[in-house]
Structure formats: structure tokens, C-alpha cells
Design a protein around this ligand. Structure first.
Ligand code: ADP
Length: 252
């Protein structure tokens, strides 16, 4: 007898969403396995925010299905959401509460027993070099450290799918790199699948997989290296733009 194969961390099939007549997502299908670090890139208006809102359970698609670690988000929302961690572009920490109080608020929401919560918080803070800041108000932390606290928080309930929504916006280059390295290492450990959304091409260079969304559809799903090869060895930035042009809908 072999072990049952693990369901994908994320499986989206045929997602469609329109705002009135405006189709924001056409038919998006995407599967992420644990251990994968997948970058999602797209020009403005491509449909990234709409897709993220659907993947994070905030929006219901007009059509299509979504499973998080095999749990159907419509039929078993709480089980699906229990496997999801999100770091949103806009910070949602309480600036006047301590780092620890912010983290405990999250573990309480997830119903984690306090002793286990304190253990995981301690581990998370230690991993990111923030133990000394546990009792400090979030307001006193640098932007980079606040993001790390959000990352620690997103992982406290041990989700299998981590959604990073433009998480580096506003960070200086060193903090941005630091955050990316932590998240890449996390994916490599095999614990989670990471979907890293960004509009910065330089952030996707090391992704295992690059997914490009344009006009509400996935127009590329492969490695950054293959994208450059397909586009005559152009730089990654130029190859991204060329791929979007190729896949642009024909004008009437
Ligand atoms: P992105 O995040 O990639 O910039 P969005 O998901 O925000 O893309 O938008 C995709 C498309 O849907 C765009 O053409 C945008 O103008 C349109 N759109 C987004 N939100 C709304 C809304 N609330 N009402 C109407 N159109 C919208």
C-alpha cells in the first residue's frame, strides 16, 4: 500500500470574475504544490487584485472552483481558510499593541491554545531575530521588521498555502531582499506553497515558477529562464513585456 498523495496546497480551476460588463478574470486555473515558490506578475489592470481577493476568500468568483489543501472553499470555508496564510499589501497590525499582543490576537482568532501559541510566537520571533522586540509596540519597529511580524503572524496557524500580496511595497532594497529570502527558504523547506505577487520584475528572478497574468488570463506559466529563451534571450523585464504584447487581445 502506498500513502495517499497529498492534495495540492492550492488548486484553482476556471476562475471567472466580472464587474458589470468588465471581465476582470476570464478562466484562470492554477495549481501550487507544497515546496513551490511561484511568482505572479502582471501589468496594471491584469486582474491580480481580483485573483488575490478570490484566493484569499474575500471574493466569490462568478464561476470556477477553489481548493486549499483539498478543501473546497465554498463548501468547507473554515477548513480551507485554516490552511491559508496571507500577508496583504496594506499592513493590518495594530500599531499601538505590542508585537506579542498582535500575534496572540491572531492565534486566539484561530483558536490555538495559549501555551502552543506562545511557543510558536517565540519560535517565529527567534527565527526572524525579533525576540528582543516582543514587548515593544509595533509602531516603534522599522517597516522591514513590521513586515516580518506580519509574516510570522501569517504562519502561526501553520497554513500550507501562503499568499504574499505585494508584500515588499514600501521596503528598502535590503529589507525587501531579506523578506524574500526568508519566504523562499520557507518554500524550500516543503512546508508551504508560496504565491508571491509583485509588479517588480527583479523580484521574480529566482522564482521556481513564474506566472504572468494579462487581461484576466494566464499568458505564461514556466521558469524565468524559459521566458527569456522564448523571447530571444531578452532581459527578463523585456521578455515579460514582450510576452504580454504577444498575448494582448486583438483590437477590433
Ligand atoms: P490589477 O490588480 O492587476 O491591477 P484588478 O484586478 O484591480 O487588476 O483589475 C482588473 C480589471 O478589472 C481592470 O480592468 C479594472 O479596471 C477592473 N476592475 C477592478 N475592480 C473593479 C470594480 N470594482 N469595478 C469595475 N471594474 C473593476
Amino acid at each position: 500500500m502506498t500513502n495517499e498523495p497529498q492534495p495540492p496546497a492550492l488548486q484553482a480551476q476556471g476562475l471567472r470574475k466580472a464587474y458589470g460588463n468588465k471581465v476582470a478574470l476570464q478562466s484562470v486555473s492554477l495549481t501550487l504544490q507544497r515546496g513551490e515558490f511561484v511568482a505572479l506578475l502582471g501589468p496594471n489592470g491584469a486582474g491580480k487584485s481580483t485573483l488575490i481577493q478570490i484566493l484569499s476568500g474575500l471574493f466569490v468568483p462568478d464561476q470556477g472552483d477553489l481548493w486549499v489543501l483539498g478543501h473546497d472553499i465554498r463548501r468547507h470555508a473554515s477548513r480551507a481558510l485554516a490552511q491559508l496564510g496571507v500577508v496583504f499589501q496594506q499592513s493590518s497590525l495594530d500599531l499601538d499593541l505590542s508585537v506579542q499582543a498582535n500575534l496572540l490576537f491572531h492565534t486566539d482568532l484561530h483558536g490555538l491554545p495559549r501555551a502552543l501559541a506562545r511557543e510558536r510566537i517565540e519560535q517565529g520571533l527567534a527565527q526572524h531575530g525579533l525576540r528582543a522586540q516582543a514587548k515593544e509596540a509595533v509602531r516603534s519597529l522599522s517597516g522591514g521588521n513590521r513586515r516580518k511580524v506580519e509574516l510570522i503572524r501569517a504562519l502561526l496557524h501553520k497554513p500550507r498555502f501562503l499568499l504574499m500580496d505585494e508584500a515588499t511595497v514600501g521596503l528598502d532594497p535590503a529589507s525587501r531582499q531579506d523578506l524574500m529570502r526568508s519566504v523562499e527558504a520557507l518554500a524550500r523547506s516543503g512546508e508551504v506553497a508560496v504565491l508571491w505577487t509583485t509588479h517588480l520584475v527583479e523580484e521574480v528572478v529566482n522564482a521556481h515558477r513564474l506566472v504572468i497574468l494579462n487581461h484576466g488570463a494566464i499568458v505564461y506559466d514556466g521558469t524565468p529562464t524559459d521566458l527569456r529563451q522564448r523571447n530571444d534571450g531578452l532581459s527578463l523585464e523585456e521578455a515579460f513585456l514582450a510576452q504580454c504584447r504577444k498575448a494582448a487581445p486583438a483590437k477590433a
